[in-house]
Structures are given as structure tokens and as C-alpha cells.
Write a protein that binds this ligand. Structure first.
Ligand code: C2E
Ligand code: CA
Ligand code: CA
Ligand code: CA
Length: 274
């Protein structure tokens, strides 16, 4: 009925309005933020299943706003992109991560997420390179994680930027692999070092079909000559399955959740003693 339809519409627009209001609150807090003081990078360990050692950590942005409290990156990265703050934010986080990486054992590599806007902005790519040069970190210890969105924005520019970064020794990972619809169309046209298998695949790894999807992705990695990294490994069964499927690197709550630098350093010490 008409009455009922109006009810649904009202409900929908109410939710829509709430979402817009929440996003405006994030935007205004972000614009007014003291980014250097409020932003932090946490680190999630990545395990080499061949050696059973932590060989890499992924840096993940953490924002504690004095007005909003903890805001997850899924909520503020997109806002930063839209209000023109992503260049500043990416560089600030990257410099923090490089400084933190200098305190890690030298065999541990740093993986860092770029926004889809970063790679197609030549100013950002140059600034990232300068930041690496000014740090004490060997570029070969750094991986930059990109999503498909970054590549779809402007494939040629993205590819040129990837080439420039790789020429310095920086590695490139394709993040969230399998979630986009066009991955297979271009993945062989890009110089990549790693493919991160999206965590949505872990949910079905207990079924034959799920396992065969993952082994198809791992075959693709092998054919492309890139390393596969499984994301979102939460259970021992998932770890065993990934190891058996020939996936060398795994990341997820089972190995360790993202944590502040000091907690990471402590946990690496504990592992070394064990
Ligand atoms: P992502 O790059 O795919 O990062 C992995 C996300 O999965 C992280 O969420 C991590 O905490 C979560 N995660 C890790 N292990 C598990 C697991 O076993 N189970 C489950 N359910 N989740 C797991 P987080 O930290 O909330 O980050 C969300 C997204 O925000 C990231 O997804 C990335 O796209 C973006 N992001 C985070 N930090 C940055 C940054 O510094 N720059 C940019 N541009 N984006 C960032
Ligand atoms: Ca990532
Ligand atoms: Ca991911
Ligand atoms: Ca993601």
C-alpha cells in the first residue's frame, strides 16, 4: 500500500541521513585533527610457514579522535580521500611506519597500505620515494599494498608508478585479491611481487569448493611468479589447509592481531625465546 511504502521510504531516508551525519562528524573531526598526535600505526605479523618465523608486518592506521574516540580506518580513509587530505595522511602514516621499522629486527619487512588516490598522484609517489630515501630503511624491506581500485582509476599511470617504485627495490602487493570483478583481466599486465588473498576466501576453506578456489588462486600466483599471502587466517584448520595448499605466507588473528609497536617488539622477543 501507499501508506506502507511511505513508511519504508522514511525508514530508508532516516538511515541514509544518519549515515551522512556520521560521515560529516568524521569529516569535521578529521579536518580539525592534530594528525601527528592522533594518528598511530599498529602492526600485524605475517608468518612464513616454511620457517615458522615472522618475516613481515602490515602497518594499519589507527585514529583516536578526542571527540569521536577510536575511528576505524574503513571509516576515515574514504573521508580523507574525499576531502583532499589523503596525501597528507598517507605521508604522515608512512613516515611513522618507517621510523617504527627502524626499531624492528632488520630481517622483518614492512608492508604499508596505499590509498587508491596515492598511486595516481605523481606528487604522492615522489614524496613516498623521498620519505624512503630520508629514512634508514632499505627499500627492499618495504612492500606497498595496492587495491584494484587504485589500478582501475588510471591503469597506465598506476603501472608507471609501480615501475618507478620497483626500480628502487620496493615491492608491490595486490591487496584484497579476488574481491574485485576484473582482477583476472589485468593481473598479468602488472609487475607485482605479492598477491594478498582476501580473507573472505578463508570462510569457505573447510569445503571442497572453497579449497579449490583458493588453490586456483595459488596456481595463478605460481604462474605469475608472485608470492601468495593468505589474509584473515583465524583458525588452526585454516592455517593447516593454507600450508598444505602451498601458500607460504599467512596473516590473521591466529598469528596475531594488529598491535602497537611496543607490543609487537615484545611478542617478537617472546617468539625468539620460545
Ligand atoms: P586491509 O588492508 O585488507 O587490512 C586488513 C584488515 O583486516 C585490518 O582491518 C585487520 O585488522 C583485519 N584483520 C586482520 N586479521 C584478521 C582476521 O583474522 N580476521 C578478521 N576478520 N579481520 C582481520 P583494519 O585495520 O580495520 O583496516 C581496514 C582497512 O582499512 C584495511 O584493509 C585497509 O584497506 C584500510 N587501511 C588501514 N590502514 C590504512 C592506511 O594506513 N592507509 C590506507 N590507505 N588504508 C588503510
Ligand atoms: Ca592491506
Ligand atoms: Ca587486505
Ligand atoms: Ca580490505
Amino acid at each position: 500500500s501507499k501508506q506502507r511504502r511511505r513508511g519504508v521510504t522514511t525508514l530508508f531516508s532516516q538511515e541514509h541521513e544518519d549515515a551522512i551525519r556520521a560521515e560529516r562528524a568524521v569529516e569535521s573531526a578529521l579536518r580539525g585533527a592534530d594528525l601527528a598526535a592522533e594518528m598511530e600505526v599498529h602492526y600485524q605479523p605475517i608468518l612464513d610457514t616454511l620457517t615458522d618465523e615472522i618475516v613481515m608486518v602490515e602497518g594499519l592506521a589507527r585514529w583516536t579522535s578526542p571527540t569521536l574516540g577510536r575511528v576505524p580506518p574503513d571509516r576515515f580513509i574514504a573521508v580523507a580521500e574525499r576531502c583532499g587530505m589523503i596525501h597528507t595522511l598517507t605521508l604522515l602514516l608512512f613516515r611513522k611506519a618507517l621510523a617504527d621499522a627502524a626499531r624492528l629486527p632488520p630481517q622483518i619487512e614492512l608492508s604499508f597500505n596505499l590509498s587508491s588516490h596515492d598511486l595516481t598522484s605523481s606528487g604522492t609517489v615522489i614524496a613516498l620515494i623521498v620519505a624512503v630515501r630520508q629514512s634508514e630503511i632499505d627499500p627492499r624491506r618495504i612492500t606497498l599494498e595496492l587495491t584494484e581500485t587504485a589500478l582501475m582509476r588510471d591503469f597506465d599511470r598506476a603501472r608507471d608508478a609501480i615501475r618507478a617504485l620497483r626500480a628502487l627495490g620496493i615491492r608491490i602487493a595486490l591487496d584484497d585479491f579476488g574481491t574485485g570483478y576484473s582482477s583476472l583481466g589485468y593481473v598479468h599486465r602488472l609487475p607485482l611481487d605479492r598477491i594478498k588473498i582476501d580473507r573472505s576466501f578463508m570462510a569457505d576453506i573447510g569445503t571442497d569448493l572453497g579449497r579449490s578456489v583458493v588453490s586456483t588462486i595459488l596456481d595463478l600466483c605460481k604462474n605469475l611468479g608472485v608470492e601468495g599471502v593468505a589474509e584473515g587466517v583465524e583458525t588452526a584448520d585454516q592455517l593447516v589447509t593454507m600450508r598444505r595448499s602451498g601458500c607460504r605466507y599467512v596473516q590473521g588473528y591466529l598469528i596475531g592481531a594488529p598491535m602497537p609497536l611496543n607490543a609487537l617488539l615484545d611478542s617478537l622477543d617472546l617468539r625468539a625465546q620460545a
